[in-house]
Write a protein that binds this ligand. Structure first.
Ligand code: FCB
Length: 443
């Protein structure tokens, strides 16, 4: 570490999700959602995305040539189990080939079992607001791991439970488009239960596999540092958004406010590692009119550098978040971190600053074992369609041409050296909160 290198066998890769890159996923709730005008920017749909379902071999060749040593991807539930209890051997064979292709290239796979999409039959039966979905998910998860578990050591049950609840059930911008706090809370409980059931089943048969979730953690700072109301609201946001799930998982029982939505319990410590998705921070200002948002108006610091989606570039937040995860006493993988930047104007700096923040956290004692940049190819970015370009590699959804951006080369250097390039000075910490400049483009 002292020579500026990351620990040995540190994993360097990129992350994707099936629906965002594969194309041809027509049997899930997102596809149905995309067909309704107004749901997705510019009327985009997830077809053909990156045609990765057909092109995965060449895509992995490209990532390997860029010195990546690992890859995170998700399997698509609706392909594998198109009808309740009917498992498709063709779909399972496909993902076996995907895993084998990674292995053949010496890339460590990290597989996500649920990344936002649900089979149509699950959505029709009430989605994650229906308690039976937890059980259906666990059955699916156990089956996939039984079939493919010998090819991958690292498994993520669910990607970003809080984002699912927030976007789909509170803001209503994603399927099923509801706005109901009670439903959002029930959904979180059912997701937790789904993880617990899946964890128990997988572990009982494959004790050596490493199981975790990918948590979207954001830094919330008070908009006005010395204003007690702002501090209180920021503390509530941190608690609800960043701590509730982790604490429930640590204890094996629901903690407030989840306790309001029912009863559920599971094994204590049901994560073998923490998957961290970190992108940005937000400032929170107390505002009486924002009742539905727990009285917090979310803002950006004036003059702060921003992404195409208006997210603040705040690398110090990765350091702070990694340090705060010390209480979990578990290995950490940064399972997502990246920026929407079609011109690649900020991405090189974003990348260097975040990798150096991670390096500092490791030096300070954080057990970080890998980093997966979001993402390799520009892809279908949910409600933003193809307009938000997160790729190290540009991907044209019409021609399917892949064009590595300068930051792809920079990342390749980092992966190859297992260190920050020597010519790069560590960037100083970002400035502290200043007066808010305006509303955030929220996710
Ligand atoms: C994360 C999601 C991922 C992608 C990035 C930009 O919250 O997990 O699918 O949308 O944000």
């Amino acid at each position: 570490m002292n020579d500026g290198r990351f620990p040995e066998r540190f994993l360097w890769g990129t992350a994707t999700a099936a629906h965002q890159v594969e194309g041809g996923n027509h049997a899930n709730d997102w596809w149905a959602w995309e067909q309704v005008p107004g749901h997705i920017k510019n009327g985009d749909t997830s077809d053909p995305a990156c045609e990765h379902f057909e092109r995965f071999l060449a895509d992995f060749d490209l990532l390997r040539s860029l010195h990546q040593t690992a890859h995170r991807f998700s399997v698509e539930w609706s392909r594998i189990e198109p009808a309740p209890g009917e498992f498709s051997s063709t779909a399972l064979a496909h993902y076996r080939e995907v895993l084998q292709a990674l292995r053949d290239r010496g890339m460590e796979p990290l597989v996500t079992l649920h990344h936002f999409t649900n089979p149509t039959w699950i959505a029709q039966a009430g989605g994650w607001d229906a308690p039976e979905t937890s059980e259906f998910f666990a059955r699916f998860a156990a089956r996939v791991v039984d079939e493919l578990g010998t090819l991958a050591r690292f498994w993520i049950t669910i990607n970003e439970p809080t984002v699912i609840a927030y976007q789909g059930y509170l803001r209503g911008d994603w399927p099923p488009g509801r706005r109901n706090l009670g439903a959002a809370t029930r959904v979180l409980v059912n997701l937790l239960r789904g993880h617990w059931l899946a964890y128990e089943r997988i572990k009982s048969r494959h004790a050596d596999l490493q199981i975790g979730l990918a948590h979207h953690l954001r830094v919330f700072d008070p908009a006005r540092l010395f204003m007690p109301q702002d501090r209180a609201v920021a503390a509530v946001f941190n608690r609800v958004f960043n701590e509730t799930m982790l604490k429930s998982l640590r204890l094996g029982r629901l903690v407030f406010p989840l306790t309001r939505a029912g009863r559920a319990s599971g094994p204590r410590q049901s994560q073998d590692f923490i998957g961290l998705n970190y992108y940005t921070r937000e400032l929170v200002k107390f505002n009486r009119r924002y009742r539905a948002e727990l009285f917090g108006e979310r803002m950006l610091p004036a003059g702060a550098p921003r992404s195409d989606l208006n997210w603040e570039l705040y690398p110090e937040g990765l350091y702070r978040t990694l340090r705060s995860l010390g209480r979990e006493q578990l290995p950490i993988y940064v399972t997502e971190n990246g920026i929407a930047d079609g011109r690649d104007a900020w991405r090189p700096e974003y990348l260097l600053a975040h990798v150096s923040a991670m390096f500092r956290a490791i030096q300070a004692g954080s057990p970080v074992r890998g980093y997966f940049h979001w993402t390799c190819f520009d892809n279908f970015e949910w409600a933003e369609g193809y307009s938000a370009k997160f790729g190290l590699i540009a991907c044209d959804p019409v021609t399917q041409e892949r064009r590595p951006r300068p930051s792809a080369r920079l990342y390749a250097q980092i992966c190859r050296l297992n260190a920050l390039p020597a010519s790069v000075e560590l960037l100083p910490a970002a400035p502290q909160p200043v007066e808010p400049a305006g509303p955030v483009d929220q996710k």
